[in-house]
Design a protein around this ligand. Structure first.
Ligand code: HEM
Length: 194
């Protein structure tokens, strides 16, 4: 579900250039089905009380890699902008819950297009009104899927679910991230090539 925290410009946002039918074919390509939506929703209950702890791990990962932290650097002195990091962190927390809620409808598709834009020079820095690095390089988007989903697994396992359910929740997260980052890529791809 779209949230005020994560995507406050919802009213003015155009629909996604990808239709729900297009997205169905992307889901089929990733073997994402109804069961994955169910396991994502199971993960909602598991993760709801752990969002800040998950963000501590993910932010720790970004902060410990200067080439990633550079995307949060101020233009004027090259230092990470704490206000920017904090603003994005709030939206990131909501995104965890939106991903797990798995209501991947037309509004959600339109939100994905917006998240892509916010990584790209056409939309970055606008939400937080910061003067930071212009653009998140596309080459880092896809590889970050691994650390994000790998480090999530202990959190998925922490509420005592049997290992096969933890694996299925984890797999559903991997598929969802592959689909989302594919959607976010659209703004980076030459017109007509997506
Ligand atoms: C699997 C890959 C990634 C995921 C799941 C992810 C997730 C997110 C989310 C949920 C947001 C907040 C979106 C919103 O405004 O509602 C965000 C923003 C942001 N991410 Fe990523 N991200 C990924 C890759 C990267 C990479 C590789 C970088 C570069 C270091 C990066 C840097 C940023 C920055 C700078 C913002 C703030 C953009 C703005 O100005 O609004 N992200 N990301």
């Amino acid at each position: 579900m779209a949230s005020d925290v994560s995507l406050s410009m919802a009213a003015s946002r155009p629909p996604s250039p990808i239709t729900p039918d297009d997205f169905e074919l992307m889901k089929k390509t990733a073997l994402f089905d109804h069961e994955d939506s169910q396991y994502l929703r199971m993960s909602y209950e598991v993760l709801a009380g752990q969002v800040e702890a998950v963000l501590d791990v993910w932010y720790g990962f970004v902060a410990s890699h200067p080439h990633l932290l550079a995307s949060f650097a101020r233009k004027r002195d090259g230092q990470p902008d704490p206000g920017y990091l904090a603003g994005v962190r709030k939206r990131f927390g909501q995104w965890i819950l939106d991903t797990a809620a798995a209501n991947y409808d037309a509004t959600w598709l339109s939100n994905q297009f917006e998240i892509g834009r916010r990584h790209h020079r056409t939309g970055k820095n606008q939400t937080d009104q910061v003067e930071a690095a212009d653009h998140v390089p596309f080459r880092y988007l896809i590889p970050l899927i691994f650390p994000i989903t790998h480090t999530l697994k202990p959190f998925l396992a922490s509420k005592g679910h049997p290992p096969e359910q933890v694996d299925k929740m984890h797999q559903a997260w991997v598929k969802s991230l592959l689909l989302q980052v594919a959607l976010w890529s659209q703004v980076y791809v030459q017109p007509g090539d997506f």
